[in-house]
Design a binder for this molecule. Structure first.
Ligand code: HEC
Length: 152
C-alpha cells in the first residue's frame, strides 16, 4: 500500500510539473508572438547584400558618435569636428548611399540626418561645448526617430 501511494504521488508530481512546463512554453510562445506582432515599423524591403552594407554603415555611425563624445570630453573639438563631417556629414558617398533607397521618406530622413552631421561639425568647430552637445543631441534624434520608424 505504501509503495502504491509513493508511486501514485510520484506520478501526480510528474503530471503536475509537466502541465506547468507546457503552460510556461505556451506563455513563452505567446510572448514571442506578441513581440513579433508589435514590430509595426515600416520595412524597407532591402535585398540581402544591401542589408549587410547598411548594417556595417550603421556600426560605423555608432563608432563615429562614440569617438566624437570621447574627443569632446578631452576638449579636442576640432578633431571631433573633422570626424563629424567625414563620417556623419553629407559626403558624396553618403548621398549616393541614401539615394539608393526607394522609400522617399526614408531617403529624406537619411539626407536630413547627414546634413545634421555637417551642422554638428560646424558647431564643434566653434569650440562651444554646449552648442556642440545640442547639435549632437539633434543628430542623435535622427538615429532614434529613424530606428523607431523603419526596419530593413
Ligand atoms: C534614416 C534612417 C536611419 C538613421 C538616421 C540611422 N539609422 Fe541606424 N539603422 C537604420 C535601419 C533601417 C537599421 C536596421 C534596423 C532593423 O532592420 O531592425 C539600422 C540599424 C542600426 C544599427 C544596428 C547595426 C547592426 O549591426 O545590427 C546600429 C548600431 C545603428 N543603426 C546605429 C545608428 C546610429 C548611431 C545612428 C545615428 C548616428 C543611426 N543608426 C542613424 C536606419 C537609420
Amino acid at each position: 500500500m505504501k509503495r502504491i501511494l509513493i508511486a501514485a504521488s510520484v506520478f501526480v508530481g510528474i503530471a503536475v510539473s509537466s502541465a506547468a512546463f507546457a503552460k510556461d512554453e505556451m506563455m513563452h510562445h505567446d510572448h514571442q508572438h506578441q513581440m513579433h506582432m508589435a514590430d509595426t515599423r515600416i520595412s524597407l524591403g532591402l535585398p540581402e547584400e544591401m542589408k549587410q552594407h547598411q548594417l556595417s554603415n550603421m556600426r560605423e555611425h555608432m563608432e563615429a558618435i562614440k569617438s566624437i563624445v570621447g574627443l569632446i570630453s578631452e576638449n579636442k573639438l576640432e578633431d571631433a569636428s573633422k570626424i563629424a563631417h567625414a563620417r556623419l556629414g553629407l559626403t558624396a558617398d553618403m548621398q549616393a548611399m541614401c539615394n539608393m533607397f526607394d522609400n522617399k521618406d526614408f531617403k529624406a530622413l537619411g539626407l536630413a540626418f547627414h546634413k545634421s552631421g555637417d551642422d554638428l561639425g560646424a558647431a564643434l568647430k566653434t569650440r562651444n561645448v554646449n552648442a556642440s552637445l545640442r547639435a549632437l543631441n539633434k543628430t542623435m534624434q535622427y538615429c532614434v526617430e529613424c530606428h523607431a520608424t523603419y526596419r530593413q
